[in-house]
Design a protein around this ligand. Structure first.
Ligand code: TZP
Ligand code: MG
Length: 196
């Protein structure tokens, strides 16, 4: 039995999480909107922006800060037309070739997806690894959000190799104390920055 989502979210926010992305692949639009509205309200209490994954209609309905799309989702350029040019949209890059796609030029940030193989999302194209992340860092100045099996043991390396942001599911949501774990991640980010 999972723990209450909003409890985990609030603990993580108290621990210092600075950006939240809500990813719901199996909820109806109505339930997604309901959850997103509550999440947005909670995030706002902590001054944290909410990004909606792969649901332009939900992002629009709740007035989310931004949207995230993957390579298999609604094309970024279409999402941009629907949301308006000022809404930030992030794009997952599955491999090096995605960087030269027209949509990449329009992305606000790149999800580096995944950095390491992860049981949370087994159906990935492959994984970037730290070498791939370094390659990407040299090719673009856009913010790089690393995702995939990031934990407190590898977070500082991922930052040291050029990631600007860490997107974390299991290591925070599955932690006994999500807040303390979020604080630990912030310290690891600091450690990683000193290694650059
Ligand atoms: N996209 C690439 S990896 C991933 C997603 C949604 C899941 C990351 O989850 P975890 O548990 O932090 O490895
Ligand atoms: Mg997707």
């Amino acid at each position: 039995m999972g723990r209450d989502f909003f409890w985990v979210l609030e603990e993580a926010l108290k621990g210092g999480v600075q950006l939240v992305q809500l990813r719901e692949k199996y909820l109806s639009k109505d339930l997604f909107v309901e959850k997103a509205l509550r999440a947005k309200e909670l995030c706002e209490t902590y001054g944290v922006p909410l990004i909606i994954n792969d649901a332009v209609d939900v992002a629009h309905a709740v007035g989310a800060f931004g949207l995230h799309v993957g390579q298999q989702d609604l094309p970024l350029l279409l999402a941009k037309e629907q949301l308006g040019r000022s809404t930030p949209i992030g794009l997952s890059l599955d491999h090096r070739g995605n960087l030269s796609d027209p949509s990449a030029a329009e992305a606000w940030y790149f999800g580096v997806s995944p950095i390491f193989p992860t049981p949370t999302k087994p159906d990935t194209y492959g994984s970037w690894g730290l070498d791939g992340l370094r390659w990407l860092r040299e090719k673009t100045d856009k913010p790089l959000v690393a995702i995939g099996n990031i934990n407190t043991g590898n977070a500082s390396d991922v930052i040291a190799q050029g990631a600007d942001c860490l997107a974390i599911v299991s290591a925070i949501c599955g932690a006994a104390n999500p807040g303390i774990t979020a604080e630990r991640f912030l310290r690891e980010i600091e450690n990683g920055l000193t290694c650059r």
